[in-house]
Design a protein around this ligand. Structure first.
Ligand SMILES: Nc1ncnc2c1ncn2[C@@H]1O[C@H](COP(=O)(O)OP(=O)(O)OP(=O)(O)O)[C@@H](O)[C@H]1O
Length: 243
C-alpha cells in the first residue's frame, strides 16, 4: 500500500510547485498508472515515495511505514526501477544482482532461487556473466527490474518502465506486473504509453502542473468528463481533454 498525504514540493525556494497538495492512496493488489504531460511532476512524486527527495509538506507511507520518520524500514519495502536505469556498468549482471541481494539482506537460499527464476523470466540468463556496460538499453532496463524484485518487496515502483523495451520484453514486464499485483502486492508506475495504461491498470491518476486532475478507474474517469466520453473512446482522448 502507498499513502501520499497532501504532499507538496518545490525545487527552488521561490519557484513553482513541482507537486502541489497531492493526496493519493494505492491499496495492495492494485496496478496503478501515473500519467501526465512532460513536467507534470510524476518523477518528482516517485522520488518522494522512494525517499530520494523530501517533501516540503505532507508525508508518505509505504506499507504503513513513514518514509520521513522511518526511511530504512520504508525503503526495505520498495523495489524501484528508475527512469532510464543505468546500473553499475563495471559490474557483471550477476555481480550487480548479488550486490543488490546483499543490500536487501536476501538469504543465500532465497537469492539462489530468485536470481535464476527472474533471469529466465526476463530472458537474461545467458548474459548474467557479461559486463553491464556491454548491455543494450533494454537489457539494462531488465537487469534493473530484476534487481528491484530481488527482495520480493510489497511495493514495486517503476518510472517509465516500457522505454527501451522491445515488444516481447514489454509484454514479459506487463505479465510480471500483473502477476505481482495478483499476489497482493502494489505496482505503481508512470508512463506516457496510454495504451499500456489502458490495458494494464486497475486505476489511474492524471497529474497536471503538480496537481491531480483525475483519479479512478478508466470508466470513472470517462464519467468524470460529464458523459462526453463513451465506452469506445480511448484514454488518449480523455488524457488530451484533461491535460
Ligand atoms: N532537479 C530539478 N531542479 C529543478 N527543477 C526540477 C528538477 N527536476 C524537475 N524539476 C521541475 O519540476 C517539474 C516536474 O518535473 P518532473 O520531472 O517531476 O515531471 P515529469 O512528470 O516526470 O515529466 P516527464 O514526463 O517529462 O518525465 C518540472 O517543471 C521540472 O522542470
Amino acid at each position: 500500500m502507498i499513502w501520499i498525504g497532501n504532499v507538496s514540493k518545490r525545487y527552488a525556494k521561490t519557484g513553482p510547485l513541482a507537486v502541489d497538495g497531492l493526496q493519493l492512496t494505492v491499496p495492495k493488489g492494485e496496478i496503478f498508472g501515473f500519467l501526465g504531460p512532460n513536467g507534470a511532476g510524476k518523477t518528482t512524486t516517485i522520488k518522494m515515495i522512494t525517499g530520494i527527495l523530501k517533501p516540503d509538506e505532507g508525508d508518505i507511507e509505504v506499507d504503513g511505514v513513514s518514509i520521513s520518520r522511518n526511511p530504512i524500514e520504508a525503503k526495505k519495502r520498495i523495489g524501484y526501477v528508475p527512469d532510464g536505469a543505468d546500473p553499475f556498468s563495471r559490474l557483471t549482471g550477476m555481480e550487480y544482482l548479488t550486490f543488490m541481494a546483499d543490500v536487501y539482506r536476501v538469504s543465500r537460499d532465497e537469492r539462489n532461487k530468485r536470481i535464476p527464476e527472474l533471469a529466465e523470466r526476463f530472458e537474461m540468463q545467458d548474459v548474467l556473466g557479461d559486463l553491464i556496460s556491454s548491455y543494450s538499453r533494454g537489457m539494462k532496463q531488465k537487469i534493473s527490474v530484476i534487481a528491484a524484485l530481488i527482495h520480493s518487496p510489497p511495493v514495486w515502483i517503476l518510472d517509465e518502465p516500457m522505454v527501451g523495451l522491445d515488444p516481447k520484453s514489454s509484454s514479459i514486464l506487463k505479465d510480471e506486473m500483473r502477476r505481482y499485483s495478483e499476489n497482493g502486492k502494489t505496482v505503481f508506475f508512470s508512463t506516457h504509453v496510454l495504451e499500456v495504461a489502458e490495458r494494464l491498470c486497475d486505476r489511474l491518476a492524471v497529474l497536471k502542473e503538480g496537481r491531480l486532475v483525475a483519479e479512478g478507474k478508466l470508466e470513472e474517469l470517462r464519467q468524470g468528463t460529464g458523459g462526453q466520453m463513451n465506452d469506445e473512446q480511448t484514454l488518449e482522448n480523455l488524457f488530451l481533454e484533461l491535460t
